[in-house]
Design a protein around this ligand. Structure first.
Ligand SMILES: [Zn+2]
Ligand SMILES: [Zn+2]
Length: 313
């Protein structure tokens, strides 16, 4: 007769609490926690993400992924006395939603003694997401938020003099983005999915050390390590196509465990074959790098502000 629950397949001693369908492993609490940290460490070394003395800005939203990554990076940083970790949080200006996440992010940084910079859309663009959502506009709020947040994170990373910008995209995010770009026929975006990032003029190199942690395991990790995180979804989150893809990938993963890894790895194999758009020019309004005369951020702000004037930031 088999004992229930069966023992952990890693240590063979403790009782397992989690079955990992894509590898067939059964893990106890302690081996599961170790496995997530080890996976992040492997991802970091595979893509040579950091130097021993890197100044790493980490985007902390207050959700499970970014707080999990913050926890792991602060542990790893302990081994590298010359490296530094600085948390950055972008306040998009969504009343009721961002406030809670912000206080969770602050608490997590205080507990670990990590410097924390909060920058808001209001500070940078003189426009909050609540205002964007209430204005007549061409696109869904997520489209504006994505473009503005990307700029805001880069700006925040520059302000803290970071040479790396770590974001906590998980495996599900990566697999969804890969399929989304394929379905939209956006080869350029697909080519920008490299988790190790690139050094480009005007941009702090972006790295994604959490990219091989499935969302489900990120949630379990947060519960087991025992930190509070925001679980409320953003009230404006309604990217219809991504929602469809998320549902599809989750169903496929149940039927064929490992599907998300396959999608993600296939996208990575395609990257070297894609010739991206070269960014040589500078935006004539804000001076940031762009392949066009006016960058996407300034175009959006012009579209949204009645005066048709972009704020210089
Ligand atoms: Zn174990
Ligand atoms: Zn611009």
């Amino acid at each position: 007769m088999t004992k229930f629950p069966p023992p952990c397949s890693k240590c063979g001693k403790r009782q397992s609490i989690y079955y990992r369908p894509y590898s067939g492993e059964r893990l106890c609490i302690s081996c599961f926690i170790d496995s997530i940290r080890e996976r992040v460490e492997k991802t970091i070394s595979r893509y040579d993400m950091f130097k021993f003395d890197s100044r790493i800005a980490i985007g902390v939203s207050g959700g499970k992924d970014s707080l999990g990554l913050l926890h792991i990076l602060s542990e790893i940083e302990g081994k590298y006395p010359k490296a530094e970790l600085i948390a950055i949080t972008i306040d998009e200006g969504v009343k009721g939603y961002r406030d809670e996440a912000l206080s969770l992010a602050m608490k997590a940084c205080q507990q670990r003694g990590i410097e924390h910079l909060v920058l808001s859309f209001e500070d940078l663009f003189h426009l909050s997401m609540d205002e964007v959502a209430s204005k007549p506009r061409e696109l869904i709020p997520c489209s504006y938020c994505g473009v503005l947040r990307r700029r805001a994170l880069n700006e925040a990373a520059r302000r803290v003099d970071a040479d790396r910008l770590a974001t906590a995209h998980n495996l599900d995010d990566m697999a969804q983005t890969a399929l989304l770009n394929v379905l939209r026929g956006d080869m350029n975006r697909l080519g920008m999915m490299n988790p190790g990032g690139k050094t480009l003029p005007g941009f702090v190199r972006r790295v994604k050390p959490y990219c091989e942690v499935p969302e489900r395991e990120s949630t379990l990790y947060a519960y087991l390590v025992g930190f509070e995180f925001q679980s409320l979804p953003c009230p404006y989150a309604a990217e219809a196509m991504r929602t469809d893809i998320r549902g599809f990938l989750n169903r496929m993963e149940v039927k064929r465990p490992g599907t998300k890894f396959i999608v993600y790895r296939t996208a990575l194999k395609l990257i070297p074959k894609i010739r991206g758009v070269e960014v040589r020019g500078r935006c004539s309004v804000c001076g940031e790098p762009t392949p066009n005369r006016i960058c996407r951020v300034c175009q959006m702000i012009m579209e949204l502000t009645e005066k048709g004037q972009s704020n210089k930031f």
